[in-house]
Write a protein that binds this ligand. Structure first.
Ligand code: HAM
Length: 423
């Protein structure tokens, strides 16, 4: 019978690599939590219209990459291609914007885009994102960037760059887009590209074809047209980033792949990842909430791509701590019922314990103990159970010490210096 395979282009994680994936994710979540962001757990599918309106019809994400289907009630449903529109939907639906502002939330999970799969580009991929909604204070722009920066530092990443720009406010846009449209009228484009530009002319900066790139290199730049207010805010964000020791480069050609951005926009780019070098990105979105039927509140956030961040750590040769190590491996001789009972007791005290299952002889059991990577091991046979005394072996040094069964939990807790540190 033919073997089943995972659907094309999905990323998946299993031991041992899943441990490192988990570590990357928890580093980012910890960084978000340390800045006061709280968990938001949302559905992985939403009304298709939410993404059409929120993310924008001119984007590749909406026009080409959505996994859209009809549910049994004939409603059009789309697997979430990104997280911000869903967060905004939930904030409006549950009136979270009537409470304390800004609302600061994080989310973590799978996202879906029907892209052509390649290294670092998947149809199902993972993000941790944060959103701060309800304040236009530019200090939050800096805080959001600092959350990502802190996580990358903790992971030990070095060869990445932060690129920033400002996409301006409404006033900026109005003046600039008129100029850009006038420029586009002077160049010759195929019908499809022209139509895309008609919905959002900024998108043409994102075109990968050489001939369009050449044409757009002569186009007026948004950064040269910032309103005084936008310019002031951008200068403020840059100076505060510098004060925090966060280096950045200005990328005046940056076009984010989603239409809702205004003001500060940024991307983290890793130099070792080839074509799929964006390990995260985000920015401010002034009009999104109103666009989705809520009040006029600004927000800002990011989405960090866990798959690519893990690839970046591997490309830099970073030895990630597994964050998961067994404290004890028990090799039972005989039926092993007692071993499981003891293991459960120790687990109940917060220790990480595994044991050999099935009819393993002593030799096989010790091999499993070695492979388990546990800090300590113990053989538990009838003699040990009868005497209540065991030989606790420290796996790294091979040193063996006698310990009573009743003192085992305390002994292990005392010896394990990082006990209780699950970071
Ligand atoms: P985005 O730039 O579309 O932003 O995606 C954020 C990150 O997700 C990317 O930088 C990349 O690391 C990862 N990513 C995107 N597509 C793929 C893919 N096909 N395979 C692997 N990784 C991928 C957003 O999604 C916005 N919602 C971020 C945001 C939040 N802006 C404001 N708030």
């Amino acid at each position: 019978m033919a073997k089943f395979q995972a659907p094309k282009g999905v990323s998946e994680y299993y031991p041992d690599r899943s441990i490192y994936f988990d570590y990357v994710r928890s580093c980012i979540i910890e960084s978000a939590q340390s800045s006061g962001y709280e968990l938001m757990e949302l559905p992985i599918y939403e009304d298709t219209e939410l993404f059409r309106r929120g993310v924008g019809e001119s984007t590749d994400v909406v026009s080409k990459e959505m996994f859209t289907f009809e549910d049994r009630g004939g409603r059009s449903i789309t697997l979430r291609p990104e997280g911000t529109a869903g967060v905004m939907r939930a904030v409006i639906e549950h009136n979270l914007d009537r409470g304390q502002l800004p609302i600061k939330v994080y989310y973590s999970g799978a996202f879906f885009r029907a892209e052509r799969p390649q290294a670092g580009r998947y149809r199902q991929f993972y993000q941790v994102g944060i959103e701060a909604i309800g304040s236009s204070d530019p200090r939050i722009d800096v805080e959001v960037i600092a959350v990502a920066h802190r996580a990358f530092k903790k992971l030990g990443l070095k060869r990445y760059r932060l690129e920033i720009t400002s996409l301006g406010d409404l006033e900026t846009r109005e003046i600039y887009l008129t100029k850009l449209r006038a420029y586009i009228e002077t160049i010759s484009l195929d019908e499809e590209t022209y139509a895309r530009g008609a919905i959002n002319p900024l998108r043409l900066f994102d075109d990968k074809r050489d001939e369009i790139r050449l044409l757009m290199s002569q186009a007026p730049l948004l950064l040269d047209h910032l309103s005084d207010e936008s310019q002031r805010e951008f200068e403020f964000v840059k100076s505060l980033l510098l004060k925090l020791g966060i280096d950045f480069e200005i990328n005046s050609h940056m076009v984010r792949g989603l239409d809702y951005y205004t003001g500060t926009a940024f991307e983290f780019v890793h130099d070792e990842l080839g074509a799929q070098s964006g390990i995260g990105g985000g920015g401010r979105y002034d009009g999104l909430m109103a666009q989705l039927g809520g009040q006029e509140l600004s927000g800002i956030g990011f989405g960090l791509g866990l798959d690519r961040i893990l690839l970046a750590c591997e490309a830099e040769g970073i030895a990630l701590p597994s964050g998961f190590e067994l404290d004890l491996y028990i090799v039972p001789l005989g039926t092993g019922n007692e071993a499981l009972i003891i293991a459960e007791e120790l687990r109940g005290r917060g220790l990480r314990v595994d044991l050999a299952f099935g009819d393993k002889a002593l030799k096989g059991g010790m091999k499993s103990a070695d492979r388990s990577g546990a800090k300590y091991s113990v053989v538990l046979g009838a003699d040990e159970l009868a005497s209540g005394s065991i030989q606790l072996k420290e796996m790294e040094t091979g040193v063996i010490s006698s310990v009573t069964l009743s003192a085992l939990a305390n002994e292990l807790i005392e010896r394990i210096s990082n006990f209780g540190d699950f970071s």
